[in-house]
Ligand binder design. Structure first.
Ligand code: AMP
Length: 302
């Protein structure tokens, strides 16, 4: 099984109440790929500039990540700068320099076209649809988006959503996309747009999943130290989809486990700045925390 991912590759400058990191490797596709590669083969599609050196490339090397679709063009790599206050659920974007990302036209190497799973990271919905058009009947398509596209390209986004199996967004975005304040009503409205499955991310308050079989809730793993929430959503998506690909099922049981696996991976991502913790992670540590998650939420019936 292989997963095709398209999304941003970035240098991030991050400020939190606990410290600051300058131009560290980030971007949705980076977090997603590293997380998903613990479970299955990843076909990476993205763009970087000439400033993207060996040290940054080394983060992806030695993992099950194919980099044939990582384009390098003249110019600088996408740079994002964000700041968090003590409420780590809220962040302010200080600056976004799109650089080479601005004229990004994803082109799939021939060897990627038969990828069974697809993750459309948070990019222009027109490009998301274009990527899908270059694939050969994937089994399962997952998609992320943000307010910028919900407000800016609503019709194009709806076209993309018609071809998506699972949409992963945060609660604010779910409200904006559906026009419904109540998250259950929002889920019903969004599922009518195409995605049979909706995953609503609520930061430190966990995740809600809505499917045709009902709903499923998972808390965020209670950590003593949350250092940097950047990338938690994309890391969740990588663990979620990677696990589904590994288990070769998209049934209700597999989906529930995938939500816990996504939450497990995300809980590691936030323990250090940028990708630092994920890059040092082992499958053994992942499986151990997955087990602790079961204990955390298990109770007996009356
Ligand atoms: P997350 O915290 O999961 O929402 O994702 C954080 C990552 O998204 C960071 O590493 C940023 O580089 C990247 N990012 C920030 N703004 C954008 C944008 N407008 N388009 C694509 N990626 C972005």
């Amino acid at each position: 099984m292989s997963i095709l991912v398209v999304g941003s590759v970035a240098f991030d400058t991050i400020e939190t109440p606990f410290g600051r990191a300058e131009r560290v490797l980030g971007g949705a596709a980076s977090y997603f790929s590293v997380a998903a590669s613990f479970f299955t083969h990843v076909n990476f599609v993205g763009v970087v500039g000439r400033d993207f050196g060996e040290q940054a490339m080394n983060a992806f090397r030695g993992r099950d990540i194919d980099l044939a679709g990582l384009e390098r063009t003249d110019g600088e790599t996408f740079h994002w700068k964000g700041r968090y206050s003590y409420n780590l659920n809220e962040r302010t974007t200080v600056c976004t320099a799109l650089n080479v990302f601005e004229s990004f036209k994803p082109r799939l190497p021939a060897s990627y076209r038969a990828s069974e799973y697809v993750f459309l990271g948070n990019i222009d919905p027109v490009l998301q649809l274009d990527v899908l058009g270059q694939t050969e009947r994937p089994r399962f398509v997952a998609c992320d988006t943000m307010n910028f596209w919900i407000a800016g390209k609503p019709d194009e986004l709806r076209e993309t959503l018609k071809r998506v199996d699972v949409l992963l967004i945060n609660d604010g975005e779910a409200r904006e996309l559906s026009g419904e304040w109540n998250v259950v009503k929002a889920a019903r409205a969004i599922r009518a747009l195409g995605p049979k499955i909706l995953v609503v991310k609520k930061g430190e308050h966990g995740v809600l999943m809505f499917t045709e079989d009902g709903s499923f809730a998972a808390p965020a793993y209670p950590l003593e130290q949350v250092f940097d929430p950047t990338g938690a959503g994309d890391t969740f998506a990588g663990g979620f989809l990677g696990f589904l690909a590994e288990s070769r099922s998209t049934g209700d049981e597999a989906l529930r486990r995938a939500v816990i696996m996504g939450s497990t991976l995300a809980s590691f991502a936030v323990e250090a700045f940028g990708l630092e913790r994920l890059l040092a992670l082992t499958r053994r540590e992942i499986d151990e925390r997955f087990r602790l998650f079961k204990k955390l939420t298990h109770f007996e019936e009356l």
